[in-house]
Design a protein around this ligand. Structure first.
Ligand SMILES: NC(=O)c1ccc[n+]([C@@H]2O[C@H](COP(=O)([O-])OP(=O)(O)OC[C@H]3O[C@@H](n4cnc5c(N)ncnc54)[C@H](O)[C@@H]3O)[C@@H](O)[C@H]2O)c1
Length: 455
């Protein structure tokens, strides 16, 4: 390893991450953010886990000068009241969305509901005068996606998709290295993601287990991964060929029950989950089952599970880059392996997010030059969720940024292209044929990705 090179790349990295963390003022999510002298008047639809954990109390505490919560809506009245109590918000609550929009007239609507309902609120929200901040995935199929694109155009409102994964320092460093010229021209990417038996199985307990609700993990989960690829590669995906199967969860077990609490098989089931030991989950879900019948500790062996638990895809990008991707949902540890192959070298990393061989407070990236040395670059973990990405994302949304050197801001086009890869993969699994992204909606893939414009 060349020490001076290493020192230079560490310096570059530190200056680049400082630029992301420290810059304020102009907002890349400009239309979403209120003018600097005005508070954003925010309403939330979907007052549950994600809204509580990420988009409510902590946002008010950190960005109180910039935000005001004016309305809360959920179809589960019990959860809605619990959310209000837990956040301490004083604003009115509604079980009817349109009533909320008419009454409180928010300028920003946060959409945090079940995935297959996002489009309803994104579309009505824009039609009723609000800019949108939506959780991923923006929506679950190509028709709903087109309807969102059309409404954004028609209303002049803006949709921001909260792609927190782009903001982790480690992934930002990968972006910087890929675009530094160190490995020459990027030609292909190997990207393999592993969900462990705890996290992976959780998707098979909840509404996510049904294709109708979450669009399969090709969309619900892999939207994060495809967004990272679209961002790192800086080009649009053009064609996807994929395969997938349900070989582990669902029908692949001799016994099953509705959910874990009353289960007669709990002593012999490796996936028995005692929700009564998780106070927050009891207060959020169990206490309100009487309103909607939703079982948060559902059986992972239920026969209605119709999503894939193992998935693999080949994705061709418009700039010629080829990607080999896979997602496994029952691994002994959680994490990913990624390699970027270029004409002058290769970048590798292996990230273990659970059960690591060695506990460490940094991630390593290995840069190997053809006919040259190997360099190990250590990227320190940042504090907070998603490797520090959550804080950088919320700073960008609520404080704004002066510049966006790594093009991390994500608009409706990015939201669309990340789900379209998953939708294409799902369609490909069903038909056995490759699917062209350009055939799904009016978005036509471009060799150079369109960046969100700063104002
Ligand atoms: N970016 C991330 O890392 C991340 C992490 C977790 C969840 N999410 C996303 O956040 C969203 C919410 O996830 P969650 O884990 O909080 O799910 P959840 O099941 O806990 O909450 C969904 C809420 O939406 C409500 N809801 C469902 N349909 C509704 C409707 N028609 N009208 C009003 N309310 C309705 C439900 O009653 C529930 O309170 C999902 O889209 C998910 O993909 C993102």
């Amino acid at each position: 390893m060349n020490n001076s090179d290493h020192a230079v790349s560490r310096r570059n990295f530190l200056s680049a991450t400082a630029a992301i963390a420290g810059s304020v003022m102009l907002n890349p999510f400009s239309a979403v953010a209120a003018a600097a002298d005005k508070k954003m008047r925010i309403a939330i639809v979907g007052t549950s886990g994600r809204a509580l954990g990420m988009w409510s109390k902590s946002i008010k505490e950190k960005y109180g000068e910039r935000v005001e919560y004016v309305g809360l809506c959920d179809i589960n009245p019990g959860r809605l009241e619990y959310f209000k109590k837990k956040t301490g918000f004083k604003c009115p609550t509604f079980t009817d969305f349109e009533q909320m929009m008419k009454k409180v007239k928010p300028d920003t609507l946060m959409v945090m509901t079940v995935d297959n309902t996002h489009h309803e609120f994104i579309i009505k929200g824009m039609e009723m005068g609000a800019n949108i901040i939506t959780e991923k995935p923006m929506t679950t199929d190509e028709k709903k996606c087109q309807a969102i694109l059309d409404t954004e155009k028609k209303t002049g409102k803006k949709v921001t998709v909260t792609f927190n994964y782009r903001y982790s320092p480690h992934r930002a460093k990968l972006y910087e290295l890929v675009h530094s010229g160190e490995i020459g021209d990027l030609t292909s990417v190997d990207f393999h993601w592993y969900l462990d038996t705890r996290h992976g199985s959780d998707y098979f307990r909840r509404w996510h287990r049904l294709k109708e609700k979450g669009g399969t993990l090709w969309v619900h989960k892999a939207t994060h991964h495809f967004d990272l690829l679209n961002w790192w590669i800086e080009s649009d995906p053009e064609e996807v060929y994929a395969t997938g199967a349900l070989e582990f969860y669902g029908k692949n077990n001799p016994f099953r029950h509705t959910n874990c609490r009353p289960c007669p098989h709990k002593d012999k089931c490796d996936f028995y989950f005692d929700i009564t030991k998780r106070q927050q989950l009891v207060e959020l879900y169990v206490d309100h089952e009487k309103h909607d019948g939703y079982l948060r500790d559902g059986c992972v062996w239920k026969e209605d599970i119709d999503i894939y638990d193992k998935m693999a895809a080949t994705i061709k990008y418009k700039n010629g880059v080829d990607v080999s991707y896979s997602l496994t949902t029952y691994s002994p540890y959680e994490g990913y392996r990624i390699a970027f192959n270029g004409t002058k070298g290769r970048i590798d990393c292996w990230v273990e997010e659970s059960n690591p061989i060695v506990e460490k407070d940094y991630e390593e990236i290995v840069l190997t030059r053809n006919f040259g040395g190997r360099e190990i670059i250590k990227v320190p973990h940042a504090e907070g969720g998603h490797g520090g990405g959550d804080k950088l994302l919320t700073d960008a949304i609520f404080l704004g940024v002066k510049s966006d050197p790594m093009h991390q801001a994500a608009g409706v086009r990015d939201g669309a292209l990340s789900i379209l890869v998953g939708i294409a993969a799902r369609n490909s699994c069903e038909t056995g044929k490759p699917v062209k992204i350009g055939d799904l909606t009016s978005i036509k893939p471009q060799a150079k990705r369109e960046f969100v414009k700063l104002s």
